[in-house]
Design a protein around this ligand. Structure first.
Ligand code: F6P
Length: 527
């Protein structure tokens, strides 16, 4: 395994950046090359990608692809897909791809399909049970964000009259108002936790069970089910309907496993299988397509170009589909928990930056909030637009407006507007008192700001499965080249341990041995 900065391509990329890359201008690139869009747009299963509005030329791409080859990306990808222990710090394989492979096509196929069949049969049973009007998923992180993102995205496949709820926060303001609206006789709770030890989830599960009893409920076995690798702990909680999974499924990669139960209840077995099929198609694309046309690889390489050469610190995701409103939150865990690392697999401190900040809101809402900064702020922030051609509603005019906004934003980011162009326009009357040249500066845009546009024909189980898998493999690509372990998350442990120590102090008020700030705050909060 060769780390990116130990390759010839890395040095060549630095030279290329200093010589040309830094000054690359998108507007000029389009002007001199009418074939730029054709050359830099790519087809992957269910996803079309326009990469042409990115700050790359043929040399950049050639060197980035050389970097991937020198780092042994194909070999490392294949090792992951074969089930080797690529999560070295936890001694585990990484096989979320096996969860969506057809029978017999990947490691652990028998176990995977046995649980999948049982989970989907149970989902159908719940869907057919008119008594359950409300399904509450209790989980956090990877046991929440995937289903919470997918269920509204596939709302068009849902069943009217059945409501899915998601409770994650240990803050009682999350579960308490929900419970106040529910009827215990009509509610099914799913306790979702890979470990079945997570503080937030256990506290919420306990609160739900207490409420259930207080409402006169008795049949915990019928009203509670669990999705976990810790079947024993679920049984100790009183749950008899449990769907398991395995340590080789990372939390943030687990929505394809039993953790997807709320999705299956919402959209049904056939749609859930389609969701897996879409992801599997993207897995095959990642595994089989030459690097130069391999979309997750190209996106991962662009991420490296922007993070390590241009020094951009974040990427904004703008899904132009309201159903994808939780996609940015989902991607935050996927990317930042995976690649927010500062040492390589051998424990050496990294001399370069890793995960960018990933953030965003659905378009067009973001346009009326932070797009000002994207267009005129001092930071350059690559934007990823996601456009969906066919809506699930009949408001044709609104859909055209949505798509026009999406196209306009990437165009505006690229084109910009010079001060002369701004000055030639009629100045708004409110600006009286400011010299026209000053006002023109305020009204000009630097442009040359990069973006990617991903296009789906429609938001379906299959296309959403493919889109999520695309993001997973893209994150793997950058993580592999950086030489980090994208599959552990030790960074969340220290806070958890300190929380355990502080918890009893909140009751006792004991501040002995604490730093002055924590002691002062604890005293204020516990008094
Ligand atoms: O925040 C750390 C983490 O371990 C995530 O990686 C995980 O998705 C989440 O907590 C929930 O864990 P569990 O599914 O075990 O409750």
């Amino acid at each position: 395994m060769i780390r990116c900065d130990h390759t010839g391509a890395w040095a060549a990329l630095h030279g290329h950046y200093a010589a040309q890359g830094r000054d690359f201008d998108l507007r000029e690139a389009f002007a001199i090359d009418p074939a730029r869009f054709a050359a830099l747009s790519f087809e992957a299963p269910e996803v079309f990608a326009d990469l042409s509005k990115n700050l790359v030329d043929a040399t950049t791409l050639r060197l980035l692809l050389q970097l991937a080859a020198e780092c042994g990306l194909p070999e490392r990808r294949d090792a992951m897909l074969r089930g080797e222990l690529v999560n070295a710090t936890e001694g585990r394989a990484v096989l979320h791809t096996a969860l969506r492979a057809p029978r017999g096509a990947a490691p652990f196929s028998d176990e995977v399909h046995a649980v999948l069949d049982a989970m989907l049969a149970y989902a159908e049973q719940v869907r057919g049970d008119a008594q359950f009007t409300d399904i509450v998923n209790i989980g956090i992180g990877g046991s929440d964000l995937g289903p919470q993102m997918v269920v509204p995205a596939l709302d068009a496949c849902g069943t009217p009259g059945r409501r899915l709820h998601f409770v994650s926060n240990v803050d009682g303001h999350d579960i308490a108002p929900l419970l106040a609206r529910l009827d215990a006789r009509k509610t099914l709770f799913i306790v979702a936790s890979k470990t079945f030890t997570t503080q937030e989830t256990m506290a919420n599960a306990q609160a739900a069970r207490d409420w259930f009893f207080a409402q006169g409920g008795t049949d915990v076995a019928r009203h509670f089910s669990a999705t976990t690798t810790n079947v024993k702990a679920a049984a100790a909680f009183g749950i008899t309907t449990t769907f398991g999974f395995w340590d080789w499924v990372g939390g943030r990669y687990s929505l394809w496993s039993a953790i997807g139960l709320p999705i299956a209840i919402a959209i049904g077995e056939a749609n859930f299988r389609d969701f897996l099929t879409g992801a599997h198609a993207m897995d095959r694309h990642f595994a089989e397509t030459p690097l130069a046309k391999n979309l997750p690889v190209l996106l991962g390489l662009l991420d490296i170009w922007y993070r390590n050469f241009h020094g951009f610190t974040s990427r904004s995701v703008a899904p132009y589909h309201q159903g994808l409103k939780r996609l940015p939150a989902y991607l935050q865990q996927l990317e930042m928990e995976s690649n927010g690392k500062r040492v390589d697999i051998d424990g050496r401190a990294l001399p370069f930056a890793t995960s960018p900040v990933v953030w965003g809101e659905p378009g067009t809402n973001g346009q009326h909030a932070y797009f000002q900064m994207l267009h005129q702020g001092t930071d350059v922030i690559p934007v990823e637009f996601i456009a969906v051609k066919t809506p699930a509603h009949k408001l044709v005019d609104q859909h055209r407006k949505l798509l026009a906004n999406c196209l306009a934003q990437s165009q505006a980011l690229m084109r910009g507007k010079t001060a002369d162009q701004a000055a030639a326009e009629t100045a708004p009357t409110a600006a009286a008192g400011l010299a026209p040249t000053v006002l023109a500066q305020h009204r000009s845009f630097p442009g040359n700001r990069p973006s990617t546009t991903l296009v789906l024909e429609a938001l379906t189980p299959r296309s959403l499965g493919a889109l999520i898998a695309l993001y997973e493999h893209r994150v793997y690509t950058s993580g592999a080249l950086w030489g980090i372990n994208s599959f552990d998350q030790w960074g969340v442990e220290l806070g958890k341990a300190l929380c355990d120590q502080l918890l009893p102090r909140l009751s006792s008020g004991d501040t002995t041995g604490l730093d002055a700030s924590t002691a002062g705050l604890l005293a204020r909060l516990s008094a």
